[in-house]
Every structure is written in structure tokens, then in C-alpha cells.
Design a protein. Structure first.
Lengths: 97, 442
């Protein structure tokens, strides 16, 4: 279908890695660039696949199952917090700014 | 072997086969009626749940997955959490941060993946039932390599509440055992509507009526590019099926070749978003310097604790969803899934099931696996991926052994919600095929 062969150069892999919050060493950049090029080359067969008018995000039809909201607490929040880093019952995280 | 003895032997067996990430060490059977194990991406309150990943090291859930809770409800004792490829990313269970399960028939070979520990436990422990999870073949592949039955129900049949997601539109919870009667007995226990997973709430009732298959379709494409041993064993199994009164027709399913790339695009796209939650907060690894800026803090955890294949799939899935590439990959893959579903439905108009070998070769040696490229490894799933992409139920039946005694399996695929004929097939097949028990010495 006329798509150019795409070469995953290191610059693109580095950009993707930044978006995914993963820091790669120079060696990893080399390796994943090659691996992803090979994999995307293999994916080219998708370009030949027939189109379909449907494109659901699930393999079976999922109807919306609506229900009334009912207050419910199945798990004790103290239990949930016990293995987390907390301060005054707040979950601690890194600084935002 | 009694359940009491099995519990006593767990430690030694695990040293030999590395099938568990965590297991019961108190040896107390209590008032349980049967033993079962579960893949380590299903939460349970009595063991750590790590999904094969270092990034979840130390995570102790406070609730049971619905499938585990349901088995406990009918008297099951959860004896261990089974080893697996990190988050389900693999075909050989060699991508786990917690050791590699060894094949019960030859410890130099793989159990298959990603539910390798579950298949190993089902093959090694007497009278055992194990819960596995399949995204692209992760129940039938290890069932085939370890010589057990393995059933993957329709997408949405078993609640995914308590499952650590890999690909939400693909993940399916199923069962493995050398005894098909266990699949028949316990599939209805784990199946059913669960308000905690809305995708389970649209299912029609599961009715196991004993309906037999009368015809199967064998795609010609599925017996090309497979090993001679697998092909010959499969062809022999076809003759056995004919003698059981089942009509076998060869058919063309050219659409199957599109399933692999479509599957990997969808699976990695979904995985890359699901794994975005692992950032060193709330669960698993959390020991970091909180004075760092959030970007640096998150990145340091993810870079340090995700394994090689997890990073590869996150990168791939992030790329295929990026602006400019999304239509070519993700949007097209969604369409291809419908094309593959239509191809199956066409077959089910005239046949009860589509039948193929399960894997193109017997379990390889670890030394051979280590030299496989990622693409070679992905291609090994070409027979199990289509049904997983389509969300159709499927079953591995052991159907023979190669010259080295390694198991070979065949895979039946039926229409959405038709687990009935799969379970009946397993029961009928088991009457005339003798499943070999691996020789296990404690």
C-alpha cells in the first residue's frame, strides 16, 4: 500500500523511550533499534491485509452494563495503605515541580 | 500421591522444577478438598504477587482474584503462585525475574510460556489443577510443551478481577490439568458474571451439555512450516479423530497470516499503557529518592526494574500508538481482528471447530532459545495467536510424543461461548489417548 520501509533509527527509539519513561544505555539503544526495525519489518504484512468496516476494541460485543451507584467499601483502606509509603494517610510520591 | 504428601514435597519439587514463585510452606491441608495453583499475575492474599517482574517485588495484595476466590469457595487450597514470563511477555517462560521453570519431561527444555509454571505444576503434581492466563497463547503453548490439557474460555467468560493486566482486550483466564474431568468440573466454578469485571457481564450462561463434535476444519496454512515430528503426530491424530466419527476437512484460511502482526500491535499497545502504572509508588518496589523530580523518579524505577522483553514491548507499543503511526498499526490491527473473527465464523458455519497443531515444534532446549531473535520467538506463536486475537475459546489436547518423549499437542478452536464442545472433546479424546505422566522423582 505504498508505505515506505521504516528504519527505527536510534533517535526515534530514544524519543519513544523518553515518552515511556525508560532510560536506555547506548548499548540498549543499539539493540532495541535493531530489534524494533526487524519487528516492524515483519509487521509490513499488515499493509496487505484487507480493511474491515468494524474495528471494535473488544473481540466480543461488550454492552454497557449500567447500574445504580451504591456506596461500598470491600477493602479496608488501612490495609491498602500498609505496604505503601505514606505520610498522614496520604501516599507519598516524588515532587511535581 | 496424597495431597498431604504433595504438600510435604513441594519445596523439593520446586527446587527441581522452579515452577513456583511463592508456595505453601506450612504443609497444612486444613479442611480443603483439593489443591490448586495459580499463575502469579493473579492476586491472592496469602502470597506475594509479582507477575514475574522485579518491579512488583514485595507486592502483597489484600484481595483474591475472582477465579481464585471461586475455587477456594468450593474447597480448593491455593498451594502456590506459578512462575511466568514477566507480565506474560514470552513463549518459553525464560523472561521471569524469579527463575525459569524446567520441563517435567526434560529439564534442559522449556515449559513453554507464559503460563510455564502452571503447566509444570499440572504435569508434576498429582491430581492437580492450575489456573493459567492466555493473552496470545500462554495456556495452550505450555500445555502442549508439558503434555497437559489446557482450556482457554471465550474472552469475557471468566472475570479478570484481580488479574494484573497485559492486554485488556486479549487476556483470558483458563485451566490446565492432565485430567480433563477437572476442566469440566472447575470451569463452571471460575466462569460467570462478576460485577467487578463488566466485560464478564455480557456472557450467555455456560452450559456443559456433553455435545460432541462431528466435524473439524484443518487450515492448510497451519501445517506448513512445522516440524516433521509435529506434522506426523498431528496427521496420525486426525486419523484417530476420524475413527471417532469426526469428519476432517482441509480448508484455506489465508487470513491467519495477518493475525500475528495484528496481535503484537494490539498486545504491545495495550501493555505499554497498562505498564505505565509501575512507577515506584503504591505497590512493589518503592525504595527511591523522593526528592527527585517525578520524571526522573519514575524513569529510574522503570529503567532499573523492567526486564529486557518488557522494555522491548513497552517501546514497541508506545511507538505503534504514536501520532503519525497509529492508523498504520493500531487502527489497522483492530480491523484485522474483525477480519480474523469473520474468517473463523465462516468456518464455524459448516464445522464445529478449527483444528491445528498447537505449537510448530516440541519444546526447545534452553540453549536453542537463547539464540533466537525476538521475531523468531514471536513467530513460534503463529498457531496459538489467531484464536487469542479473536477471543474464541480453545483447547490443547496432548496427542503424541516425539522420539525423545517430548509431548506434542493439538488445538481445537470453537465459536465464541462454545466451551461445551471443547470440554466434551477433551473428555472423549482422553478415553482413547493415554496421556503420559512425566517421571518425577523427589
Amino acid at each position: 500500500m505504498g508505505h515506505p520501509v521504516f528504519n527505527m533509527d536510534k533517535e526515534i527509539v530514544a524519543r519513544v523511550a523518553r515518552a515511556a519513561h525508560i532510560k536506555l544505555s547506548e548499548e540498549e539503544l543499539e539493540k532495541y533499534s535493531k530489534d524494533l526495525s526487524d519487528i516492524l519489518d515483519y509487521f509490513k504484512v499488515l499493509d496487505e491485509a484487507p480493511d474491515h468496516e468494524g474495528a471494535g476494541v473488544n473481540p466480543v460485543e461488550i454492552a454497557d452494563v449500567l447500574r445504580e451507584d451504591v456506596p461500598d467499601q470491600r477493602i479496608d483502606s488501612a490495609e491498602l495503605l500498609k505496604d505503601m509509603k505514606t505520610y498522614d494517610n496520604y501516599i507519598r510520591g516524588p515532587k511535581l515541580v | 500421591m496424597s495431597d498431604v504428601q504433595t504438600l510435604k514435597d513441594l519445596k523439593k519439587l520446586n527446587e527441581k522444577y522452579e515452577m513456583f514463585n511463592a508456595f505453601c510452606e506450612d504443609g497444612d491441608l486444613g479442611d480443603s478438598k483439593f489443591l490448586f495453583s495459580a499463575k502469579d499475575n493473579l492476586t491472592s492474599s496469602e502470597y506475594e504477587t509479582c507477575a514475574g517482574s522485579k518491579i512488583l517485588g514485595g507486592y502483597r495484595p489484600v484481595f483474591d482474584a475472582t477465579s481464585i476466590a471461586n475455587l477456594k469457595q468450593v474447597g480448593g487450597k491455593l498451594v502456590g503462585k506459578t512462575n511466568m514470563d514477566e507480565f506474560g511477555f514470552g513463549t518459553f517462560s525464560t523472561n521471569s525475574a524469579f527463575g525459569v521453570p524446567k520441563n517435567p519431561f526434560d529439564r534442559e527444555r522449556s515449559c513453554g510460556g507464559s503460563s510455564g509454571g502452571s503447566a509444570c505444576a499440572a504435569a508434576v503434581l498429582d491430581d492437580h489443577l492450575s489456573i493459567g492466563v492466555s493473552t496470545g497463547g500462554s495456556i495452550c503453548c505450555p500445555a502442549s510443551f508439558c503434555g497437559t490439557y489446557g482450556i482457554v474460555p471465550s474472552y469475557g467468560r471468566v472475570s479478570r478481577y484481580g488479574l494484573i493486566d497485559y492486554g485488556n482486550s486479549l487476556d483470558k483466564i483458563g485451566l490446565l490439568s492432565v485430567d480433563p474431568a477437572k476442566l469440566k468440573e472447575y470451569l463452571p466454578v471460575i466462569a460467570g458474571k462478576d460485577p467487578m469485571d463488566p466485560t464478564s457481564c455480557i456472557q450467555p450462561e455456560l452450559k456443559l451439555t456433553g455435545r460432541k463434535m462431528t466435524s473439524v476444519a484443518v487450515p492448510k496454512e497451519a501445517i506448513e512450516g512445522i516440524s516433521t515430528d509435529v506434522k506426523n503426530t498431528f496427521l496420525k491424530a486426525l486419523e484417530d479423530l476420524k475413527s471417532m466419527g469426526i469428519e476432517v476437512d482441509y480448508v484455506d484460511m489465508p487470513e491467519l497470516k495477518y493475525a500475528m502482526p495484528a496481535y503484537y500491535v494490539l498486545a504491545t499497545s495495550e501493555a505499554s499503557t497498562n505498564l505505565a502504572r509501575y512507577v515506584g509508588m503504591r505497590y512493589g518496589q518503592q525504595e527511591g529518592d523522593l526528592t527527585q523530580k517525578f520524571d526522573d523518579y519514575f524513569t529510574s524505577f522503570r529503567s532499573q526494574y523492567f526486564g529486557d522483553e518488557a522494555k522491548r514491548r513497552i517501546l514497541l507499543g508506545t511507538y505503534t500508538r504514536m501520532e503519525g503511526f497509529r492508523d498504520r498499526y493500531y487502527a489497522k490491527a483492530l480491523q484485522v481482528r474483525m477480519v480474523v473473527i469473520d474468517a473463523y465464523k465462516k468456518m464455524f458455519a459448516d464445522h464445529d471447530a478449527v483444528l491445528t497443531p498447537t505449537m510448530p515444534f516440541v519444546s526447545p532446549k534452553f540453549s536453542d532459545i537463547s539464540s533466537m531473535s525476538p521475531v523468531e520467538s514471536y513467530k513460534a506463536d503463529f498457531l496459538t495467536v489467531p484464536a487469542n486475537l479473536a477471543g474464541t475459546p480453545h483447547l490443547n489436547c496432548p496427542c503424541g510424543y516425539d522420539g525423545n518423549g517430548m509431548p506434542i499437542g493439538m488445538q481445537f478452536v470453537t465459536d465464541h461461548w462454545n466451551e461445551d464442545q471443547l470440554v466434551t472433546m477433551a473428555m472423549e479424546w482422553d478415553k482413547q489417548f493415554e496421556v503420559r505422566k512425566a517421571e518425577v522423582k523427589v
